[in-house]
Structure formats: C-alpha cells, structure tokens
Design a protein around this ligand. Structure first.
Ligand code: AMP
Ligand code: MG
Length: 398
C-alpha cells in the first residue's frame, strides 16, 4: 500500500496544465489566471479626489470664514479652483479642486448664507485620496496564488482590464460502475440503489473549477466499461471512475485500465479509500475511486482536487487546516491514515471537533453534515479524548 504522499506525488507528476483562454471579467469568478503579475497601466484612482462629502479648502485659512464658490461632483470634468479664503463643495469621489489641500467633512462645517463656518481648524491633507493611492501607474501587481475572487476581479476592473487569460477548465469524464446502479429519479427494483457518486463527483469537479462530463453509468461488464473509458479518454483531460476497482469477482476497472493503457498503482494506506487506482489510457490520466460514496468523495478531496488545481496552475488543495481538540474516542484502522468526518467549530482560542455521525464509508448523511476531515495518523487505532488533531476544513467554519 502506498502512503498518501507517495500516491499524490505519482498522480501530480506529469499532470499537464490546461491551455489558456480569454474570458470576460464577468465570467472569471473561480477561474485561474495564466499570468499573475501585471503592470498597472494607470493610477488607481486616476486623479486626486475627495474621500468625503464636504468642502475643499486651504488648511492655512484656519477657522476663518470662507466664501463657497461652487461644487465638484463625481464625474465632473472641470471644477472651480480654490483660492485663499474660499471653499468648494465636494462629493465623495469628486475631483479635488486645484489649489485646495484639505477636505472638511460636511458634518464639521455649516454654510451660513454664502459663507462657510468651520468648527475647528482642519488638518492639512485630510480626507484626500491621492492619485494612485491604491495602485500606482507602472507598479507591478501580483495576483494571489488562488482562483479569481470577487475582490481580485474588482481590482482588475479598476485597472481597466475587461478580459483575463485563464486556464481552460479541465474536462473530467466521470463514470459510475456497478450492476446495481440506477439513475436518481427512477424507481428501484430489488437489489438496486441510486447512483450517488455520479452527481456527487460531478458537483465536486464543478466546485474546483473543472468541467464535468457525466458518462452513462456502466454495469459490471468489462466490454462496456472499456467502451466508456474509451469515450472518456476521447472527450476529457482526466477520467475518474468509481466502483469496481477492488478485488471482488465483478471488479473489472483495473483490468480494463491495464488492457487499454497502464496501471501505476491501485492500493493506498488511507481510510476510507483503500482501493484507489491510478493509471493512463493513452495520454489521459485516470483515477479509479472506491465505490462507497464516502470513500469516493474523501479520496476525491485528497487526490482529485489537488490534481484539478494543478491542471489549472494552482498548488495544494486550497483548503485551510486547523488543529482541533476532540473529546471522543473514534476507532480507526492503525494501518492507514484515517480521515474522520467531523463538525469543527471555534471554541475559546482554538477549535473543537465532534464526530459528524457514523464513520462507515457508506454513510453519506454524516459526510453531508461534516465540515471537516480530522486526520488520525498511521499507527494509531483511535482518537484520544482531549487530544488535538489536524483537521482539513472542507465546509463552512462556524
Ligand atoms: P465497489 O467499489 O464496486 O465494490 O462498491 C463498493 C460499494 O459502493 C458497494 O456497496 C456499491 O453498491 C457502492 N457503490 C458503488 N458505486 C456507487 C455509486 N455510484 N453510488 C452509490 N453507491 C455506489
Ligand atoms: Mg461494484
């Protein structure tokens, strides 16, 4: 059995990045830019402007009365000049009138007739946003090593950029295998279950920026499995198959991969998820996940998620990790690193984890309730109440 690190390294090794495509900024959320350094073409903001609704003045006039000479509003192309003894009304974002060096907020001033009365002498330079105070023209802007966020999209827009070159979404063919599978929505006959992995893995692919291609599920039939794998290799950058990778009499996925390409490994020391196959069909990498839905999703988290990030030019799995105390004893397989489904929440200065429910790899209900995977190292057969463990945060941390 391979360790998690060795298995992950073998999967990531030789995974290519997808090519680039240009998308409108409005379609760029969650996409990974190909270039993360750019040079600002102009100042942001482009001109000195007021940070407040108020009055542009000269600080040197102190508390002396000032004559109000007009206004500067947002978008104004030309505004009156401020001379000693005068003031100009300014709105937030409006260009600073030439001559003025200070803005007095409207709350600290009062207009009496045509004259302005100040409560106190203003501090020079107050409430002015100078040109380039956010980004200076010519400055190198480094985008975070992450998928584009609303804030980064806003930054690019403020810089005047309308389209961005991003990695094409990796196309991922998803194949569920098993004689027992029926599409959700259809009635079950004796012995049948609904295909949970197809929709779940498709959602997991979308969530990490991939483009899922859900293939028609295959029965436990070698010829049909091979046909589907061919189709997947033709249509996608990466294939993921669930079910049929273990050692049962009707597990045909590994032998199909061997016939069509090559199998690198198929067993890992991870709980849940011992059977995990990795290989290639022609050029296309293929990952065979265990059939149990919890195992399929946890191994997706551990192996497929970083793979899809790598293909989009990103590193790691993009999940925060915290240390959390647990007060329960949860038994795990000492031979394998275990990923216990937990609810993790802030508790005093740290975090506390509680079991999200049954830890069987067939129980989706607790996985759906969990927001973290608590890591129990190899060589340990249970969590020790009162001890802290690393938790991969997979959901919202309350
Ligand atoms: P297998 O890996 O084919 O031995 O399957 C292990 C367990 O996972 C069996 O109980 C299967 O019925 C179940 N299983 C396999 N594929 C799916 C699927 N797509 N949706 C839900 N359960 C599945
Ligand atoms: Mg099966």
């Amino acid at each position: 059995m391979l360790t998690l690190e060795d298995a992950l390294e073998r999967i990531l090794d030789g995974l290519g990045e997808t090519d680039a495509e240009d998308v409108l900024l409005t379609d760029a959320l969650g996409r990974s830019p190909v270039v993360r350094r750019l040079v600002a073409a102009g100042d942001v903001p482009p001109f000195d402007n007021s940070a407040m609704d108020g009055y542009a003045v000269l600080a040197a006039d102190g508390v002396a009365l000032r004559r109000v000479m007009g206004e500067s509003r947002a978008g104004a192309a030309s505004v009156p000049r401020v001379e000693p003894g005068t003031a100009v009304r300014v709105m937030t974002g409006a260009p600073m009138p030439a001559g003025a060096d200070t803005v007095v907020p409207i709350e600290e001033a009062e207009e009496r007739g045509s004259e302005l009365v100040l409560e106190a002498a203003p501090a020079i330079g107050a409430h002015i946003r100078s040109a380039g105070h956010d980004v200076a023209a010519g400055a190198e802007v480094r985008l975070p090593d992450a998928a584009l966020s609303p804030a980064t999209i806003g930054l690019l827009a403020a810089l005047g950029i309308a389209t961005v070159s991003v990695h094409r979404r990796p196309r991922v063919a998803i194949l569920s295998t098993g004689d027992e599978l029926v599409a959700p929505g259809l009635p079950l006959r004796p012995g049948q279950i609904h295909d949970a992995n197809g929709p779940a893995l498709s959602a997991a692919v979308s969530e990490i920026g991939g483009e899922p291609i859900l293939l028609e599920p295959a029965p436990d039939n070698p010829a049909i499995i091979e046909e589907r794998l061919h189709e997947g290799a033709r249509r996608a950058d990466l294939l993921i198959v669930s079910g049929g990778v273990s050692v049962g009499r009707h597990d045909h996925v590994r032998s199909a991969i061997e016939r069509l390409g090559s199998l690198d490994f198929w067993r890992i020391a991870v709980q849940p998820g011992k059977p995990l196959a990795f290989g290639r069909i022609g050029e296309r990498p293929i990952i065979g996940l265990p059939g149990n839905p919890v195992s399929a999703l946890v191994t997706f988290e551990l192996f497929v998620r970083p793979a899809l990030r790598r293909m989009q030019g990103l590193t790691g799995n993009g999940r925060p990790r915290v240390r959390a105390r647990i007060d329960e004893e949860i038994r795990t397989d000492a031979m394998r690193r275990a990923f216990v489904r937990v609810r993790v929440e802030a508790d005093g200065d740290g975090y506390r984890a509680t079991s999200a429910g049954g830890q069987s790899s067939s129980q989706l209900l607790p996985l759906a309730a969990a927001n973290g995977l608590l890591v129990v190292p190899e060589g340990v057969a249970a969590t020790v109440p009162g001890s802290t463990y690393e938790v991969i945060v997979t959901g919202v941390l309350a």
